[in-house]
Every structure is written in C-alpha cells, then in structure tokens.
Design a protein around this ligand. Structure first.
Ligand SMILES: Nc1ncnc2c1ncn2[C@@H]1O[C@H](COP(=O)(O)OP(=O)(O)OP(=O)(O)O)[C@@H](O)[C@H]1O
Ligand SMILES: [Mg+2]
Length: 402
C-alpha cells in the first residue's frame, strides 16, 4: 500500500435486487492513471458495479472512495467522473457541439462555463476526438463510431479525474471498433486519465487495459495485468473465459498423482486440467500411428480432424484417444503437490475418459504439412499444464471475444 490515496477504492461492495445477489463483497483499488477493464460474462454485475461507482445505483452495503474522499452516499452530480454508455445516449435534437458542451452549459454549477470559454473548450474537445469538422451536424448525420467519439468528448468536457466506459465499442463494427480501441487508449495515455471500461470482450480487455478485473456471478475472480491473467489464471473460470483453452477432466489420487477422468472407487479429488492451444506441439505422422507404448512422456497420438487458418496461426482440432492423460507424466503445477509416479500407470478403479478433442495453434508456415484425417503426434508439455479445482464439465473453453 502506498501513502497516496487510490484514485478509486471499493470496499466490501454488496448489491442485491430483491433476493438476487448482483454483487458480493467486491473490494478493489484503482491507482491514479490506470486503465482498468471489468471483464466478465453477461449478467455478472459489471454495469451494476460501474453504476455504483458513478452513484447511479446505490450499493446495499460497502463504501466507495475517490482520492481518499468517501463518496458512497453522494449523488452522481457531486462525484467526479465522466461516463460513456454503450448506446450513444446523445441528444438527437442538439448539434454535436451542443451535445459536447451540454454539461458545461447545464451541469452542476462548478462545471459550468461562460459562453466564450465553453465554445473554446468544445472546440478543443472536438479536436481531441477528431471531429472538429462535424460540430454543426446532428447525431443522426454521424456514423456509430463518430457518435461514440461525441459521447467520449462529452464525458471529458468537465475534465473529470475518472472516466467510466460501459461497453463503449460493442455497438460498432469490427473495423471501427479496432480503430477506436487504439484512439481511446492513446487518449487515455496522453491525458493520464484513470479509466474503467466495462467489456465482455476478452480481446478488448487484454489489449487496452493495464489491469483486468475478471468478474463472475457478482464476484471478482482475479485482478491482474493482462499477461498474468492470461498466463497465470487463478482458477478454471478465468482460464476458460480469458482466451481459448483446452479443458480436460482429471483427478488426483489419494496419494497425490494426477490421473485421467473422474475419481472412482479408490477415491481421489476431481481436478480440471487446462492447456493453452499455443502450448501444444503437433507433428504430422507419415505412416499410421505406431504403437502407443513407444511414446515418450508427454506425447500422445491423435487424428487431425480439421484445421482453421487464422492468419498467423493454424488452429488444429485433434482427436486424441482416451489414454491421453496417461502421457502427462509428473511435474504438473497446480494447487496440490504433483505426483512422481511413472507415466501411464493407471490408478485402480479410476474411470478413464473417452476420446477428447484438443485444439492446438501451430505456426501457419507449417500449414501445408497438416492434412485433415491424417495421424499426428501431439506433445503436451507438463510445465504448461494448469490444474484447478473443477468449475464445470469438460470440453473446450473459449474466451468471449474469440
Ligand atoms: N434494476 C435491476 N433490477 C433487478 N435486477 C437487476 C437490475 N439491474 C441488474 N439486475 C441484474 O443484476 C445482474 C447483473 O446485471 P448487470 O447489468 O450488472 O450485468 P452485466 O455484467 O453488465 O451484463 P451485460 O454484459 O449483459 O451488460 C443481472 O442478473 C441483472 O439481471
Ligand atoms: Mg452491462
């Protein structure tokens, strides 16, 4: 903890709608100048949390602090923020410049400006968002991307110390979204403005934010830098939601060894084994698969079902037989101690899983070597496997934005 007060601090925020718990015990510290993304599936409470920060909704319990000042009970007008919503929420009957200057004309007394100053500030803001030549148009005469830039300029008008963005790009087409992502990020950096953006698009969160807050069912699952969230997910939910990942069922035997499938008879603890597609290595096999017994630790044979060309990578869908986790060997990182037993020895009474589908991202330059329907040798590096307490069933977990 630093001595400097956080730009925003949430302490034990709880929100219920009737008997439904929308947010449970949410605590978070946002440093000055940070770009934070609230990321999570639909209905997980992202907008509710943003509205509580803005004072548009009242928390059932907990406190909101801005720069060391408690604002928990203050109305929105007495808090210091600008906000941009998913639906552009512009006044259709006002020109672009009057939309941008609206708060400077009609807002709280402290933010109001005299007409000449207002015109100057609006001109600066329109310049900032690249709309200097659109000032006299009405919202209906603008594209979606331009309307969202007007929304951004309006949110910045009062020079707030906190910018709140609720899915600002989700109504835009992919090209415009991509461009505006870059523009918002550049603007945020250049102004050094503390920003919180709500999104359900993991690619957007990872590419724009310094800090990602992964939410699920009203709780914070993990808070961290994009790279840490992706490489070191805290649990199976985060691993599956952020990015694409192979999710496989396994269990730990009572003596601590990792084995395939659900525990059965001899007991053990179920675990979810996760592995990123880019961590799987794959080699085409010339002939039909040789005897599986000849395989080295970590290897398994499979059949290439199909491939997708994704530009820099070739995404391979590989079907591997039930014995795949027998190839896991030892040295599995995870919440429990890794086993040290020789690979391939099955715990008595365990229930082996059926054939599994794996996805592997391979260098696109090797695309010509991989033919659907042909056998492949797959290598699952033990150091890249992550084990978690199970969160749901087995299958492929795909990030929302992929
Ligand atoms: N005013 C309300 N009354 C009752 N329930 C509500 C209200 N507002 C939100 N909820 C519920 O709270 C939960 C969280 O809603 P919220 O809008 O915060 O989700 P979200 O994460 O922003 O989802 P999305 O990505 O779809 O926008 C949802 O189950 C929603 O139905
Ligand atoms: Mg929402």
């Amino acid at each position: 903890m630093t001595d400097r007060p956080a730009a925003l601090a949430l302490e034990g925020i709880h929100k219920t709608f009737g008997s439904f718990v929308a947010l449970a015990d949410v605590s978070l510290r946002v440093e000055e100048g940070a770009f934070v993304a609230f990321l999570g599936p639909s209905g997980c409470g992202k907008t509710t949390l943003l509205r509580i920060i803005a004072g548009l909704d009242r928390q059932s319990a907990g406190q909101v602090w801005q720069q060391g000042r408690e604002v928990s009970d203050l109305p929105p007008a007495r808090r210091d923020f600008g906000i941009v919503f998913q639906s552009y929420a512009l006044f259709p009957n006002l020109t672009v410049e009057r939309n941008v200057g609206f708060g400077l004309e009609n807002g709280p007394r402290a933010t109001r400006l005299a007409p000449a100053q207002r015109r100057q500030r609006v001109a600066e803001l329109l310049d900032l968002v690249g709309l200097a030549d659109q000032a006299r148009k009405y919202p209906a005469q603008l594209s979606g991307g331009q309307q969202q830039r007007v929304g951004l300029a309006r949110a910045l008008a009062s020079s707030p110390s906190l910018l709140l963005l609720d899915e600002p790009l989700s109504a835009l087409d992919a090209k415009v979204r991509q461009r505006l992502r870059g523009e918002i990020k550049a603007l945020q950096r250049c102004l050094g403005l503390t920003t919180i953006m709500v999104t359900h698009d993991q690619e957007e969160a990872l590419s724009m934010a310094d800090q990602v807050v992964v939410m699920n069912k009203g709780r914070l699952e993990q808070v961290g830098a994009p790279r840490d969230i992706y490489r070191h997910p805290a649990n199976a939910f985060v691993a599956g939601f952020v990015g694409t990942i192979n999710v496989l069922a396994g269990h730990r035997t009572p003596d601590g060894h990792l084995r395939p499938g659900a525990p059965n008879g001899a007991g053990g603890t179920p675990v979810t084994v996760c592995l990123r597609p880019e961590d799987i290595q794959c080699q085409p096999l010339e002939a039909d698969a040789p005897d599986a017994d000849a395989l080295a630790e970590g290897h398994v044979h499979g059949i290439l079902q199909e491939t997708e060309f994704l530009g820099p990578v070739l995404r391979a869908h590989v079907r591997v037989p039930a014995l795949w986790p027998a190839a896991l060997g030892s040295g599995i990182p995870g919440p429990e101690a890794p086993g040290s037993e020789a690979p391939g020895s099955e715990a008595p009474g365990s229930e082996a899983p059926g054939p599994q589908a794996l996805i592997a991202d391979l260098p696109a330059a090797q695309a010509h070597a991989f033919q659907p329907g042909r056998p492949v040798r797959v290598f699952l590096p033990a150091e890249r496997l992550r084990c978690f307490p199970p969160e749901g069933g087995t299958g492929l977990g795909r990030g929302a934005g992929s």
